[in-house]
Design a protein around this ligand. Sequence first.
Ligand code: CP
Length: 315
Amino acid sequence: MREMKHLLTMNDLSINEIMELLSDAEQFAKGEAWRPKRQHFISNLFFEPSTRTKSSFEMAERKLGLEIIPFEVSTSSVLKGETLYDTVKTLESIGVDSVVIRHSEDNYFAKLIQDGVYLSIMNAGDGCGHHPTQCLLDLLTIKQEFGQFKGLKVAIAGDIRHSRVARSNAETLRRLGAEVVFSGPEDWANIKGSGIAYEAVDTAVKTADVFMLLRIQHERHSAEMPLTKEAYLKQYGLTFERESWMKKSCIIMHPAPVNRGVEIEDALVECEKSRIFKQMENGVFARMAALKKSIEHKEGAGLNETMYTKCQIVG
Ligand code: CP
């Protein structure tokens, strides 16, 4: 595997690298331990709300023995107008090796890297852009179930237009040989240039091996949704009737948080086919694997190698 300093998008990883990360995540799921060779400081910067990603990154960091430098936007100088670049450079200056960042701006990391931050960035979700560790945990969940991706039909249904999870998963699953279809409200599933076919929910549920629902992301909508919650469930959601049409082996996924009774019937969230809480469990192992690869890069490259190079140039 090439050395992985940052994890920004799934597109940065080859198929072999993805499979290697999944293999490491499987080892972590079996209880394997790994520790960095030297003390490693990390900070979690969440500029958007999060339950799963933030807490499972923190769990992964603790399991790997990393030193967590607490950071909360609400008590930081971000409230005094500090820019993202200055926040990250500050943490870098005091000795933080890696940052996990969730931010509402698409592609926020490109500017940070262009402007010269040296520490490693783990993208925990950028606007409507990418969510690579969610994709890794979803892949791990599918692999545990089916052993492979080739030939599987994955239906992604719901608010696709605003979903970084849909983008990361659709592109990566296709590269891994799965058939991906978009479903749900046609207006939200019609993504220009995606090349992904659309299927009505009633069709997709009958043939999918994996039925992946998405949260309606009201916070990214410019106008109020014209449908009531009840009407959305009836027209596009996973109702008891649609669940009864699924293949016996089909699994139900959702990145969560779930709007219970909107995208899916409340009682189906924890039904036999559902892997929704399994996904959350796998989030810890997928993030341990991603952090391990990034730390291995840093250890291979030597302490602050890039910063030293710059000092030499300046000096
Ligand atoms: N799936 C996901 O990213 O959840 P959080 O927003 O709670 O992190």
